[in-house]
Design a protein around this ligand. Structure first.
Ligand SMILES: Cc1cc2nc3c(=O)[nH]c(=O)nc-3n(C[C@H](O)[C@H](O)[C@H](O)COP(=O)(O)O)c2cc1C
Length: 344
């Protein structure tokens, strides 16, 4: 298969059948989802979110016991429980770590590598990419602002030109808005080592997110998955892409309240930012775990508009791989035909 040949760098790095990563999603990427993707040749990422130490350790141990293949744990460097999760993970035989949320420090990358883990982090522009490579990161993730959850400002099309086309020292995996195999094929042709998908795997039968959360996603259009604005630079907030609902308005009100309190000197900037992060963790839980689709946070990528069905994981993966191969054959035949025509 052409797809297999193009996948070599990514599959060698991840040590799975396909160069496809199921991105870590707080409250969504639990042991059940991790197991389901792993069984079908996709690279799984367990989400650390802001899980308290006991729950975090339990999930990590369960993955170690129940998975036969490799997996990563996603650590959010700005989460209040980051430091404790980091130390727990350091002592576990988990082969990969994905640093998310903020830029990991050199010492954090080095400590993880020292105990034999492969490290991955997000590069939201070229200076961060070259810094992370200097710090010794083993692979980069480029996530465009089309993605779900906490996002950067730049779309994937720009990041491809800014980072993917310029850095070859480490494998680069790309994410944000990817839902079909045809797109995966083109990204591999552009030089991506592989693709990370989030929303597509959240919309699987095996994903244990609340049925009302999944039902809402199934009906959503791409344009409904909007990014939250930052009202004032006095309170820097990371944008979150989610389907607009009452929870989005609650967040607007929270920002206004925190800004007022900041101006009145009643709260520090750190405390305000902490409250913002706490809000998202809680709101996402309400939607994903409790099924409150009105006030919870319906974090999804714009890719939600490309996905109309909740499918078994087997079908999702088979479709991705088949569509990618068909596209590569179509391109090859098209080029062969064109070249034959030109030389005749
Ligand atoms: C509900 C939800 C929660 C997410 N939580 C995290 C997270 O905790 N850590 C992280 O690195 N990325 C997180 N993401 C981003 C995904 O890992 C992935 O990169 C993104 O969903 C890709 O875009 P797509 O959904 O269009 O495929 C989250 C995405 C969603 C939809």
């Amino acid at each position: 298969m052409i797809f297999d040949r193009l996948s070599e760098r990514g599959t060698r790095f991840l040590n799975v059948k396909y160069p496809i990563i199921s991105g870590g999603m707080t409250w969504v990427s639990n042991v059940a989802l991790v197991k389901a993707v792993s069984q079908h040749g996709v690279f799984p990422v367990l989400a650390g979110g802001n899980l308290p130490p006991d729950a975090f350790e339990k999930e990590v141990d369960q993955c170690l016991q129940e998975l036969t293949g490799p997996f990563a744990v996603n650590l959010i460097t700005i989460a209040p429980n980051y430091k404790t999760q980091f130390e727990i993970l350091l002592s576990k035989k988990v082969p990969f770590v994905v640093f998310a949320g903020g830029i990991p420090r050199k010492v954090d990358i080095e400590r993880m590598k020292k105990v034999g883990k492969k490290t991955m982090s997000f590069a939201s522009d070229e200076s961060i990419a070259s810094q992370q490579i200097r710090f010794g990161i083993d692979a980069l993730l480029l996530e465009g602002s089309e993605a779900g959850g906490h996002i950067g400002h730049v779309s994937l099309v720009i990041l491809l030109q800014q980072v993917l086309f310029r850095f070859d020292q480490v494998p680069v995996f790309v994410a944000g808005g990817i839902a079909i195999g045809r797109m995966v094929a083109h990204l591999l042709l552009m030089g991506a080592a592989g693709c990370q998908l989030g929303t597509r795997f959240a919309m699987s039968e095996e994903c244990t997110a609340h049925p009302d959360f999944k039902k809402t996603l199934m009906r959503a259009r791409a344009r409904q998955a909007i990014a939250t604005p930052q009202y004032d630079s006095k309170l820097p907030v990371v944008a979150v892409r989610a389907i607009k609902n009452k929870g989005t308005e609650d967040f607007g009100r929270l920002q206004l309240r925190l800004l007022r309190e900041l101006e009145e000197g009643k709260i520090s900037r750190e405390k305000a930012q902490y409250e913002v992060e706490n809000f998202w963790m809680g709101a996402l839980r309400r939607a994903v775990v409790e099924g409150d689709v009105d006030h919870g946070s319906l974090m999804v990528g714009q890719s939600v508009g490309l996905i109309r069905e909740i499918l078994p994981m087997r079908d999702i993966v088979e479709n991705l791989v088949r569509e990618a191969e068909e596209e590569l054959i179509r391109i090859k035949e098209g080029l062969d035909g064109k070249l034959a025509h030109e030389t005749s």
